[in-house]
Ligand binder design. Structure first.
Ligand SMILES: [Zn+2]
Length: 283
């Protein structure tokens, strides 16, 4: 069971205003690789840059040429994870002077200097308007981009196609993630352009599915904790039985994020045990 599809097209043109160029970085966490998007009728805006894989720039340039374009007018990023902004340096080298922006949020050590971009601060392109939507949870600096002309949403890693997203406990926050999903529900979205996997035609159904999936995991976690002597590895083994063991490290991160959120809500507590994983119990 894998969502790494070797036949996933390296480029695609899902609409008149949107082109997709694959980051060529397939893997367990990235599926077929990170999607980067060119948005606009001419002089397109580039959303995300992939992970800095050498072949990506050639892939991007081939697609630009095929569309009669020469370069991206500017670059905006969804968040700081390496598979989204790791390509910034090579793009700056290839397109000197190109402006790069993302939300600056607790970013002391970004590998690249970037302009700040805020929630609601519209980015105008050629025949397109992108509205950044602050959606923390997967990462504390995450922006989705709403394409006004299509009522479409570039979801970055908040919503993927073919897998669910990871909520890393260090910089992620499950409560914030749920709030972000509910905020996206208010947007009247049609299509979703995810950072991994194919276009999602029914955006609202996918957002609902994501909310229900997290609520299901929460119920399952509470159930296992209620049975007693629950550790994170034990919980993962029980409720992620159908998921490839290779993904259990990522699953453990999401389980911990659930437990931290439940702890904050006063529903579970952690028992530290020296030399062994903590035990979790119901309050
Ligand atoms: Zn990410």
């Amino acid at each position: 069971m894998s969502w790494i599809d070797p036949d996933f097209p390296k480029t695609a043109t899902p609409s008149d205003r949107v082109g997709r160029v694959l980051g060529l970085n397939p893997g367990l966490m990235t599926g077929p690789g990170t999607n980067t998007y060119l948005v606009g009728e001419r002089d397109p805006i580039l959303i995300d840059t992939g992970g800095g894989v050498p072949g990506y720039v050639a892939n991007l340039e081939a697609y630009l040429r095929a569309r009669g374009w020469t370069r991206p007018s500017r670059i905006v990023l969804t968040h700081r994870h390496r598979d989204h902004m790791g390509g910034v340096a090579q793009l700056r080298e290839r397109f000197p002077g190109v402006r790069v922006a993302k939300m600056r949020h607790r970013d002391p050590a970004l590998p690249e200097p970037v302009d700040d971009l805020r929630d609601g601060q519209a980015v105008q392109g050629d025949g397109v308007t992108l509205i950044p939507v602050y959606t923390p949870g997967h990462a504390s600096d995450h922006l989705c981009y709403f394409l006004v002309e299509e009522q479409a949403l570039f979801t970055g890693d908040v919503i993927l196609a073919g897998s669910t997203t990871v909520i890393p406990p260090a910089d992620g926050d499950l409560t914030a993630y749920m709030t972000s999903l509910r905020r996206l529900q208010q947007l009247d979205v049609r299509r979703i352009y995810p950072a991994h996997g194919p276009v999602v035609e029914d955006g609202p159904a996918k957002i609902r599915e994501y909310i229900e999936h997290r609520l299901l995991r929460e119920r399952q976690i509470l159930e296992v904790v209620g049975e007693g002597r629950a550790t994170i590895p034990g919980i993962v083994e029980k409720i992620y039985a159908e998921v490839s063991p290779a993904l259990h490290v990522a699953a453990a991160m999401s389980v911990e994020s659930h437990l931290r959120a439940l702890e904050k809500a006063g529903r579970v507590r952690e028992r530290l045990i020296s030399g062994a994983p903590s035990r979790w119990e119901l309050v």
